[in-house]
Design a protein around this ligand. Sequence first.
Ligand code: GLU
Length: 268
Amino acid sequence: MGEEVRLRIAPSPTGDPHVGTAYMALFNKAYAHGHGGKFILRIEDTDQTRYNEGSEREILSSLDWLGLTPDEGPGIGGPYGPYVQTQRRELYTQAAGALIAREHAYRCFCTKERLDEMYREQAARKEPPRYDRTCRNLDAVRIAWNIAEGIPHTVRLKVPDDGTTTFNDLIRGEISFENRVLNDPIILKSDGLPVYHLAVVVDDHHMMISHVVRAEEWISSTPLHVLLYDALGWEPPKFVHMPLLRNADRSKISKRKNNTSLKWYREQ
Ligand code: GLU
């Protein structure tokens, strides 16, 4: 990690920009500029099924309207671009390859049908959904054969069987998770695109992000990120998880009960 204070928001372009994005942008920009640093916008568009055209433009124009214009981002530029994840595929493929080579990740050839069946059985036994790690110990010959046959595969992170993963949150202090409860998550999908966990770590590292300030709903993902930083031999940024926006009765704001679209507020 460099000396410069660099913070980012990383919204997904899935529809109308959400008030939560502006709320996070406010803290990120204030902290970055309060410390002579930079505020960055990155578009997390690797979930192509939820991609909404025009959403990226709306995010930028809403941020401009609120005086929260980023210093770096798509359409703005900056030294660590591109700032859109689907334009950064090469970096995720490289990271996944490095993780496999170091035996921190493995190829999983399980079909969707097999996994669905397994999750159905687990649900019937009232167990949480959990990958049974069938592909974790495949022998090298079998893996080579599967690849040669062109059998589609994902890449999964090898989470240690026991022990705990701990990180420090600048607001909340030390937070620990037992590795036992962390699944071996998919980090690269069979279409070659990364899932959030891999992409966020790779991008925050390469974009030299010093502080990750995001909503508290991401706390449970952070141990996976810490494991990924470790496995890749990278230093993690500082983590800050902010309280969610709530109604006066403390319930979460949601599309059903509130106007959560920045566009709506602007129109009013
Ligand atoms: N794409 C995530 C979101 O939509 C980013 C979470 C993060 O800041 O790491 O909120």
